[in-house]
Ligand binder design. Structure first.
Ligand SMILES: Nc1nc2c([nH]c(=O)n2[C@H]2C[C@H](O)[C@@H](COP(=O)(O)OP(=O)(O)OP(=O)(O)O)O2)c(=O)[nH]1
Length: 333
């Protein structure tokens, strides 16, 4: 087990931190002209010692929180690498790259691994946009990015060490809207038809949310987990109303399920509401304040939680519907 990064599963693959003992396998796969010639920063021939240095540097970067270069493992074999590097000059942006050993091409490893890391990164790092570049002639890699959901973002030029040349690259980019559903899975549920004959409110998405406030006056935010739309954004705990539920009943249920606490309806004080278009529907979300609950707040669904001072709420990226609520809360608390 490796303490610096909890491995990610991606179908039959595992993405984990590179380890010193991977060096020989990594060297065998990357010291291949067919692989190295498509990669910007990889020399050819690739010196064996460089594999050791590279692996040590990737571990230091993970610990520093600046880049996540991971081994793509299938069973016990290293089949390639996938990496994400934060962009120093552009906060909330990062760059994705990957390569797969030649003997493992054509098996869907690239999209599976790159898609998984990209979705994990948007859900868990403070990012909004992921970029990627591929050599203009590298049609295979461009197709991989398109399959994951990346969209073209113009052309640029990059130095390619192994070719000793500056060459044209295609740029791609993806944000939450492009990457919200894992490849091959359906996008978020479709809106019901709301034609002229539809019942009033048929297009409304009713969600109840709550600002829990602790004895220090801090507000609880929860991070939307990977796999949900808007993964990685921070929100007020809560969720959709089930059929027949009142907003208070929905909130009491959601707070129990998500945070493991018991709240009574009498402790939910109506505060404000959000009204905002959302994925083809219209979100109507009452926000309650709650200062009293029983039990200890914990992320029961693996979601990250943060107790945030009202003045710091603006530091957390939240769904667009929440913006006016944050301003109201800051003024009120
Ligand atoms: N809980 C919550 N949802 C919010 C906030 N702001 C915002 O736009 N939303 C949106 C995101 C979602 O589209 C919707 C909540 O739905 P959800 O999918 O999280 O609800 P849920 O817990 O019932 O989840 P699920 O069972 O459908 O997976 O409301 C917020 O501050 N809190």
């Amino acid at each position: 087990m490796d303490g610096i990064f909890a491995p990610l599963r991606a179908g039959a693959l595992t993405l984990r931190a590179l380890r010193p003992e991977d060096a020989a396998q990594l060297h065998r796969l990357v010291n291949d002209w067919e692989v190295a010639r498509m990669l910007a920063r990889v020399p050819f021939p690739y010196p064996r010692e460089l594999a050791d240095e590279w692996i040590a540097s990737t571990r230091a970067q993970i610990e520093a929180g600046t880049a996540w270069h991971l081994a793509i493992m299938r069973e016990d074999a290293l089949v390639g690498c996938v990496g994400l590097t934060t962009t120093r000059d552009a906060p909330r942006h990062a760059e994705l790259g990957y390569w797969v050993g030649r003997r493992h091409w054509g098996q869907g490893i690239g999209p599976e691994a790159a898609g998984r890391l990209a979705r994990w990164a948007l859900a868990n790092l403070d990012l909004d946009v992921i970029h990627a570049s591929v050599l203009e002639e590298n049609k295979r890699s461009a197709a991989v990015l398109a399959r994951i959901g990346f969209v073209p973002d113009g052309m640029a030029e990059q130095d390619f060490t192994a070719r000793n040349a500056r060459l044209p690259v295609r740029r791609f980019r993806a944000g939450r809207a492009e990457l919200s559903a894992p490849a091959g899975q359906p996008a978020p549920e479709a809106a019901p038809q709301a034609g002229p004959a539809a019942a009033p409110g048929a297009n409304l998405l009713l969600v109840a949310a709550c600002a829990l406030i602790d004895s220090d006056g801090r507000v609880l935010l929860a991070r939307r987990p990977e796999g949900k739309p808007m993964a990685g954004l921070w929100e007020f705990p809560g969720g959709k109303l089930a059929p027949g539920e009142t907003p208070e009943e929905a909130l009491i249920r959601e707070l129990k399920e998500e945070l493991g606490i018991d709240v009574s309806a009498a402790c939910l004080a109506p505060f404000a509401f959000a009204s905002h278009p959302l994925e083809g529907r219209h979100l109507l979300m009452p926000l309650y304040l709650c200062r009293r609950w029983a039990g200890t707040v914990e992320g029961r669904e693996g979601q990250a939680l943060a107790w945030v001072r009202p003045g710091k709420l603006g530091d957390y990226a939240m769904p667009p519907a929440d913006k006016p609520l944050v301003a109201l809360l800051r003024d009120f608390l």
